[in-house]
Design a protein around this ligand. Sequence first.
Ligand SMILES: [Zn+2]
Length: 345
Amino acid sequence: MKEGKLPFVIEAEEVDRLHKASGLSLEGFLATLVEPTRSLARAPISKFHVGAVGLGSSGRVFRGVNIEFVGLPLNNSIHAEQFLVANAARNGERRLQFLAVSAAPCGHCRQFLQELRGASDLRILIADSKAETHELSYFLPHRFGPQDLLEDDFPLLLEPQSNSLCLNPSPQEASDILEDATRHSAGHHEDHSVGSVDQSVQGMNGMTLAIANGQGHEERANFSDQQLLDAAPEAQKLIQLQSLALEAANHSYAPYTNCPSGLSMMTRKGNLYKGSYFESAAYNPSLPPLQAAVVAFVAEGGGQFDEILHVALVEKAGATVRQADTIKLVLDRISPKASFRVFEA
Ligand SMILES: [Zn+2]
């Protein structure tokens, strides 16, 4: 198998096999994966491709690349180390032991990595001609991080989170989803382009279902049994998206604001991806849920971002940190025809 063809997650047995075949030390072998990883970066703005390769305590290897979005502010970019951590998180890895990166980690990533248990001891190899390994504490002494804001035993990033969010759509909301799906199956997809979240239905249990409706007005119609039947698979997709976004929100790491969120997306081919919001003690390096879902999309072989057709977000009602408006703007740029629904838990 060519290294460039390796998946974004390499199973422990495969790592072992390739490592033995290389005849190198484990760290030396992992360093050889950096260059082929780097070639997978999507950096149309900087043209500076970054590759990161991480070894988890399970023995699996996670890869990460930088992703940039043309037409959006730079702070929407995903750094390779963030990609790698989000990739490890979505695969249930509990701890990272070693990272090999193609260039010295930037300040943003040194800060983001502080959210990991044992961050100071994380060994980092810069796989350039000098190939030096240092612990993260070497790159970021006098650190500010979770230890300044959280109790010692608070679950950190990659550790199990218990956000206990739930959604219980009322019959009215379920019927709204079906109506929306009926319109979609009838070929009115353009009516749901990302533009504004201007229609919301307050459920009896306090959950708000907001439906993106680019037309800016409430649309109601009567549907025949056949139309409802045709719409059923669409409605199922929406309910599936909602439940995936909820799952992602419940894995979100938001200890500083207590505003967890999660996002799911479906492509034209029907492939599903999800991403959880991850916070940083320094706020700005936080990884939004859309970016985390883009990590899953890229890691699982997704192509152009305009393949993304439906997006659902779950966030807390009345949250002080909300993702919906920014996600709408980002989606409008990367996949303008995607529908976008927000569910409040
Ligand atoms: Zn960085």
